[in-house]
Write a protein that binds this ligand. Structure first.
Ligand SMILES: [Mn+2]
Length: 350
């Protein structure tokens, strides 16, 4: 595995120098943040990121994310322009030596949580999802004050209601058609540039607000990978997103997709699965519902060579900042993953 760490660019209070001091760190995971979704990233912005990263002694291998414009997901005629822009971004990132691009195909809402600073028994805070709180929120009611953290602030409530209504008129099969259309144009370009495209699963891995969501479980991941059967059409295997449903057997899925050579990037996060949702927890297996050792072993034993990053961390030691993306707990997570990997590797040679 190649250890990586998400960095939000120059405005991130966590610096590349901090990240470099985490043992074993190989690559940064970042993106160009000053361009609206769907537009082409400037070569200068890409080159700046690359230079900063490499000057800090890290690699510029992984982009998270190149976001997919809603018109592509909705299958609108304007998708042609946005797909062409997407392909141009792949080409430009390929020129800069990028190896892997993470993206997702979630309608409107990226990750969804009900609270970002839930206090855990040890006094740390984490992101949580409680279904009864989600059920109280209706994005179609544009006059409602109820919102959830993480909602795209670039939408007004009226705009949000209207885009949600557009998706509510779509079936899951429509969304499958639209993702197929996207992949058939994008994957050949990625193959030409030798960039691995790595879709991130829906987070959480079930439908919310009646919106179609399809990147959710093993059956659907099988279908997704078969749409364009090319190794460049792969996965960001997000353990926390898939693992917040007990229906997903994370360990056997990690083994299967690693063996197929289709996992290019892994997000390692532990969650405690509850009857009414889930809580994000520290990375250690005993802190949540996921056997992190078994996931890492499944990856290792099936020839995984891609990128791994610690996913959301708790806020600990008084740190403040972007929820899930503090330095301290993610660094603890990285160190834990290093330890697991070393033990698995050495153990396999005994
Ligand atoms: Mn993730």
């Amino acid at each position: 595995m190649k250890l990586s760490f998400r960095w939000y660019g120059k405005d991130d209070k966590i610096t590349l120098q901090h990240i470099r001091q985490i043992p074993g760190m190989d690559s940064i995971v970042t993106a160009v943040y000053d361009v609206p979704v769907g537009e082409v990233w400037s070569r200068e912005s890409i080159a700046d990121l690359k230079k900063m990263t490499e000057d800090a002694g890290l690699k510029f291998d992984v982009i998270e994310s190149v976001p997919v414009h809603e018109d592509i997901k909705l299958g609108k005629p304007s998708r042609e322009k946005y797909i062409e822009n997407y392909c141009e971004n792949i080409r430009r990132l390929g020129e800069a030596g990028v190896k892997c691009i993470c993206y997702n195909f979630m309608p409107v809402f990226d990750w969804t949580r009900t609270q970002l600073d839930h206090v855990l028994p040890d006094g740390s805070t984490s992101l949580v999802y409680y279904q009864e709180q989600v059920d109280k929120v209706d994005p179609l009611k544009s006059d409602s004050d109820l919102t959830l953290p993480g909602w795209d602030a670039s939408y007004t409530r009226d705009e949000l209601a209207s885009v949600v209504a557009e998706y509510n008129a779509m079936t899951e099969d429509d969304l499958w058609d639209n993702i197929m259309y996207f992949l058939e144009k994008v994957i050949p370009v990625a193959a030409e540039c030798d960039i691995n495209m790595a879709i991130h699963e829906d987070d959480p891995c079930w439908s919310i607000f009646g919106l179609p969501r399809i990147i959710t479980d093993e059956k659907n991941l099988d279908r997704f990978l078969s749409l364009v059967d090319d190794p460049h059409n792969g996965l960001t295997f997000c353990v926390g997103s898939l693992g917040c449903s007990n229906k997903n057997d994370i360990v056997s899925m990690a083994a299967k997709y690693a063996k197929m050579g289709r996992i290019h990037f892994v997000h390692m996060r532990n969650v405690a699965v509850l009857d009414n949702g889930f809580e994000e927890r520290a990375h250690l297996s005993s802190c949540g519902s996921i056997d992190m050792y078994a996931v890492m072993k499944a990856l290792h034993d099936n020839g995984f060579t891609g990128y791994v990053r610690p996913d959301h961390g708790r806020m600990i030691w008084g740190e403040t900042g972007r929820p899930g993306y503090g330095l301290f707990d993610r660094a603890l997570g990285a160190t834990y993953l290093n330890g697991l990997w070393e033990a698995i590797e050495k153990g396999s040679k005994e």
